[in-house]
Design a protein around this ligand. Structure first.
Ligand SMILES: C[C@H](O)[C@H](O)[C@@H](O)C(=O)CO
Length: 490
C-alpha cells in the first residue's frame, strides 16, 4: 500500500505518493498547485476552498497513479492560521493570512494584559506578530462576527481534514504554534485565551502525530470514486514534518528547514523555558513522538521571493532564479548587509526598496542592481544562520559537528555554500522534500512498515542524495560576522 502526503506551503502545494521498495523510500509527485492569497479590501486571506479543491484533485490523481492502493493520507501546512466553524458545522469566513496587517500592534496590546514572562512561561513560544494568539486578539478587538459566532477553531490542516472526513480533530504540533497551548500542562491555556477574550471551549484537545483521525467521508468517496481512505494526523505543522524528515543519525543534531521561511534549531525532549531562551526569542514548537522543536524563525527566502516578484511586476516579465543568482555571484562580496528579521521585511510593498532603505539608514553602500540585492540577502541570511546556530548550541548545551539543511531552499547552492562558510562547519544539504518525507515517515510508522523515527530518518538518508558543503573562506566570514552583528544590533 502507498501513503499520500499533502504538503501545503505559503506559495504552493503538492500531493506526493510514497512507498518503500527494496529497502528504499520512493516518492512520486502526482499533483502540484499554486497557493495564491487573495486581497479583499484591506484584508489578506487564504483561498481555502481553492486549496480544498486542489486536494481533491490530488486524491483523484493519486488514486489513478496507485491503482487504488492508498493506505493513508496525511496533510501538513504552514502554521498559526485557522478557520472558524459555526454551530451549523460550516466555515464562517475565509481564514486570514498571517501576513495580514490587523495584528500590527497586537503583541503590545496583549502584553499590556499578560506580562511577557508569563506568556513565555505558559506557552514556550517565540513572540511573532502573526501568532494565533494575536490574531484572535485582533479579531476580538475588531468585533469580528465570525469569532463571535464560532463554535470551533480548526488550524489549516485540521480544517482540510474536516472537509474530507466530517470529523473535527486538532493536531498537537500545529496547536503549539498558536502561543495559546501550554506544553507543561499539555492543555490549551485558559489564562492566555481568556486574556484575548476567547472561550477555550472552541479549541479541541490536540491528538498526537501518528493518530488515525477519521476516513474520507461517504460524500467524498462518492464524489471522487475512491475508497474511504483513513487520514493520519502527521506532524501537521510543516516544519514539524520537515524536522521529522531530517536524515540525522545522531540523537542531538542541528537543522535548518529552508523555504519561504528559514527555521533553525534542534530537537529536545523538554521545552526550554529559560530566561535566556525568552531573551533570544526562541520557540518550543511541538514535535513528533514526544519531542519539542527548539528553534527560531528567520525571515528566509521570502526576501528573495518578494524581490523577484517586485522586479517582475516592474518589468512585466518573468525572471529566472538562475539568472538572478548568476548576477549575484558576480556582485561584490559583503558590500551591504541587513538583519533579515527586521519586521520591516515581514510584508513591505516593495522589498528591494525596503532593503535599499535599510542599507542607506545604516550608512552602508546602497545595493542597486538585482544581483547586489540578492547577494545582500543571501550573505545576510548566512550570517543570521550563524548567529542562531551559536544560540541554539548555547541553549541546548550541545556542540554540533555540522548543520542538516532540508527543504526547497537547498536548491539555492549559493546559500548552502555561504551557510557553510559563515558557520565554519559542514552543511549536509538534503532532502529537498523535507516536509513531504517527514509526513510520509509518520504514516509509515503508523502502518507498521517502519519501526520508529530513528529508522525512518536512516531510511531517508539512504534513499535520497545528501550534498555536503565544506566551509570556505572562513576567515573572511568571521570578519564579516563581527561587522554584521554591529549593523544588526545583535
Ligand atoms: C508562520 C509560519 O508559517 C511559521 O512560523 C513557519 O514555521 C512555517 O510554518 C513555515 O512554513
Amino acid at each position: 500500500m502507498k501513503a499520500l502526503a499533502f504538503d501545503l506551503g505559503a506559495g504552493s502545494g503538492r500531493a506526493v505518493l510514497g512507498w518503500i521498495e527494496e529497502g528504499r523510500i520512493v516518492i512520486q509527485e502526482v499533483h502540484r498547485f499554486s497557493n495564491e492569497p487573495v486581497q479583499v479590501g484591506g484584508r489578506l486571506h487564504w483561498d481555502i476552498l481553492r486549496l480544498y479543491h486542489e486536494i481533491k484533485q490530488g486524491i483523484r490523481s493519486a488514486w489513478r497513479a496507485a491503482d487504488g492502493q492508498i493506505g493513508s493520507i496525511g496533510i501538513d501546512s504552514w502554521a498559526v492560521d485557522f478557520g472558524l466553524i459555526g454551530r451549523n458545522g460550516e466555515l464562517l469566513a475565509n481564514p486570514y493570512h498571517y501576513r495580514d496587517s490587523h495584528t500590527a500592534n497586537a503583541i503590545e496590546e496583549v502584553l499590556a494584559v499578560v506580562p511577557e514572562t508569563e506568556v513565555f512561561a505558559r506557552s514556550g513560544i517565540q513572540f511573532l506578530p502573526f501568532n494565533t494568539l494575536y490574531q484572535l486578539h485582533a479579531l476580538k478587538r475588531d468585533h469580528n462576527p465570525a469569532l463571535e459566532q464560532a463554535e470551533h477553531l480548526l488550524m489549516i490542516p485540521d480544517l482540510l481534514r474536516y472537509f474530507l472526513t466530517g470529523e473535527m480533530h486538532s493536531e498537537f504540533t500545529n496547536a503549539t504554534t498558536t502561543q495559546a497551548f501550554n506544553p507543561t500542562t499539555g492543555k490549551w491555556d485558559e489564562r492566555l485565551l481568556s486574556a484575548v477574550g476567547v472561550n477555550s471551549a472552541i479549541m479541541l484537545p490536540p491528538v498526537q502525530p501518528g493518530t488515525e483521525v477519521g476516513r474520507l467521508s461517504e460524500a467524498v468517496t462518492r464524489e471522487l470514486g475512491v475508497a474511504a481512505i483513513p487520514l493520519i494526523a502527521v506532524g501537521e505543522h510543516d516544519t514539524a514534518s520537515a524536522v521529522a524528515g531530517v536524515p540525522a543519525l545522531q540523537p542531538s543534531f542541528a537543522y535548518l528547514s529552508c523555504g519561504t521561511w528559514s527555521l533553525m534549531g534542534t530537537e529536545v525532549k523538554e521545552p526550554v523555558l529559560s530566561e535566556q531562551a525568552q531573551a533570544l526569542n526562541f520557540t518550543n514548537e511541538g514535535g513528533v513522538y514526544g519531542t519539542y522543536r527548539l528553534l527560531k524563525n528567520i525571515m528566509g527566502l521570502w526576501l528573495q521571493e518578494e524581490s523577484k516578484r517586485s522586479w517582475e511586476k516592474e518589468a512585466g516579465t518573468k525572471l529566472s532564479y538562475s539568472d538572478l543568482l548568476g548576477r549575484a555571484e558576480q556582485a561584490e562580496p559583503f558590500r551591504s548587509l541587513i538583519d533579515p528579521d527586521d519586521l520591516r521585511f515581514l510584508n513591505p510593498s516593495d522589498m528591494p526598496a525596503e532593503i535599499a532603505a535599510y542599507c542607506r539608514e545604516t550608512g552602508q553602500p546602497v545595493p542597486a542592481s538585482d544581483g547586489e540585492i540578492i547577494r545582500c540577502i543571501l550573505e545576510s541570511l548566512a550570517l543570521k544562520y550563524r548567529f542562531v546556530f551559536e544560540k541554539t548550541q548555547a541553549l541546548s548545551g550541545a556542540v554540533y559537528e555540522g548543520l542538516h539543511m532540508v527543504g526547497g531552499g537547498i536548491q539555492n547552492e549559493m546559500l548552502c555554500r555561504f551557510t557553510a562558510g559563515a558557520l565554519g562547519k559542514p552543511v549536509w544539504a538534503g532532502p529537498a522534500e523535507g516536509s513531504v518525507l517527514g509526513n510520509l515517515a509518520v504514516q509509515f510508522i503508523a502502518s507498521g512498515e517502519v519501526a520508529d523515527i530513528t529508522e525512518a530518518r536512516k531510511l531517508i538518508g539512504e534513499s535520497f542524495d545528501i550534498k555536503v558543503y565544506e566551509p570556505e573562506a572562513s576567515a573572511r566570514w568571521n570578519e564579516q560576522y563581527g561587522l554584521w552583528k554591529k549593523i544588526a544590533g545583535l
